[in-house]
Unconditional design. Sequence first.
Length: 332
Amino acid sequence: MKFSPPLNLKIAGLALVLGALPATPASAASQSESWPDQAIRLIVPFGPGGGSDVVGRILAQHLAPRLGQSVVVENRAGAGGSIGAAQVARATPDGYTLLLGSSSEIVQYPAVNPKVSYDALKDFSPVSQVATVPLVVATSPSINADTMPQLLEYARSHPDTANYGSAGVGSSTHLAMALFLSKSGINMNHVPYKGSAAVVTDLMGGTLHAAMPTLSAVLPHRDSDRIKLLAVSTKDRSPLLPELPGMTEAGIADYDISLWTGILAPQGTPPAIIEKLNKEVNAVLELAEVKQALTNQGAQAGGSTSDQFAQKIGDEAELWKGVVKSSGITLE
């Protein structure tokens, strides 16, 4: 006799099968419409108290009421920011794990260390740029270099002894100086440090001749006679330090570099969530108190569309790969 299961068992079995199937476009759309219905994690791939951490907490504070959910900053430092970035790249693409990424670990560190476990162009869905941070060409009073032409002349006339410092091999300030040397046609000896603070200290002490630290690192010494600030690293003048010329005005053609931070989600995050996040992030960046808070960190608030941010990431990934290859930079 052929056995026929009761109707209620058939229905239960069907429910199990349907539950195992992938979400349909309709259910995915429903999840996007209800997002967010729980707390959001914002991964900062650097330690507490640093510039990225402060920016992340500023954003979290102002995004939470707009999204109706807590935005919790989590610090995941290590390996040039790549540990935190890798964590987000592997996360479920549901909008509840985000990265406050920066040019450092997204496009620069991978150029120096191709063994990182994520691909900036394949593993993330860019949401929006958040802010930019210019670098500043600075020299020591111990050398006769009050202007950019004088710095170039000093380097050319001291080919064996002229030096510059950076925050470490493969750091943003190292790569920016490598590009600067290439564009200006000079050579200087590289002296790596562990962070920008020590670089600025030795510039003021005369141990170093030049460097390109972040604006935030030199702002406390803006009016000091122990360090000379020659130009900002952007093409034009920066509103954060308007008394300094941009690179074009200073005589360095085709040089326009600033560090950036931005929000990224794991690749595959629903477009509706990316769109909503982009809208709210850009709205937060228009708030006067947010602009001022970022200015206090030496950063200039500046949002973007997700497509613009993706284009920037792609362009800079190629730029820094080229710089690393041409200058022969390798991690020690």
